[in-house]
Ligand binder design. Sequence first.
Ligand SMILES: [Zn+2]
Length: 358
Amino acid sequence: MIELLKELIKIQSDTKEGANKALRYCANWLTEKGENVTVHDNKGYLMLTAVKGQGTETIIWNGHVDVVPGHEEQFVPFEQQGRLYGRGSADMKAGVAAMMQAFVKLNSAKLTRNVQLHIVTDEEIGGRNTSKWLVEQGFHGDFVICGEPTGLKVGLQSKGILRMDMTFKGQPAHGSRPWEGINAIESAMTFHQAITNLPFRKESTEYYDQPSVNLPIIKAGDRYNVVPEICEMSYDIRFMPGQDKEEIVRQLVDLAKNLDIDMEYKASGSTPALTTTKENPYIQSLQKAILTITDEKAILFGQHGAADTRYYAAVTGGEGAIEFGPSGEDWHGNAEYVLISSVHAYKNILLAHAQSTE
Ligand SMILES: [Zn+2]
């Protein structure tokens, strides 16, 4: 399996063409092993699906072969102290290689459910052309594992995203007589500082200490001698599973009202949270598989950002798409590696989970 992983790392898949080349490599490899593979093309982005088993239940293994750009030498994999270094080793060609190996080992006749393998090529640029497209074509299931590197921990939830653009309105005046105007920048600052005390900001859950509020954009003011009339601020709010984004918007609007601040807002997009709980039967059986293979109790946690999981979860009300993959470090960095032992364990866990009879 590590040989397969090395071959995948050598394919410089940090471009569309490179990722397609890696995808074709995977398709050929699986076909040579006797698997029935379908390669799909959406706007020139290739992806593959393969299915085994029967019944009404479907588990999906999703992996991406595209990687973020790396230095030339990172596409030459090497082993050191049980680690395999190289661009994409952890994120996530190890996951892909393990899924491919596990897939060919599945005994189709003995499976009590369907197992679909999805390999895609545009996760690092948003996943809209492949994973999202596959879901739109009907390739979704009861439980989806995206093989992102999680250190064999189960990333069963992910925060939702709420993006808001606020416009604070003041009243212009001469800079020498600021008391005659209302400074829109100061209104915005007052508002921003008061967010910390809102109820939604102080909540926590089993998997998260708090939601997050990032203020990434401010536009205001252009000269010294004028009290600024307008201040525009944009927020990127990551809310926790169980939090209601409409309620968060309400709290923000009420805050401006209570502070007597003239504020208009526009919600400029949102992504729901991923809400799988530990009661989910597939999480239960996955925990058992992890314990059996690694002799260690599974650790469940909540991710902060979302991966391709969100597209699969979009058709199941946020439930049943998780991130779970091998152990590594420094993905997107210069010293990216994957722990080789974790790749073997990961493959065995996938197999045990898919073949479990619960
Ligand atoms: Zn990834």
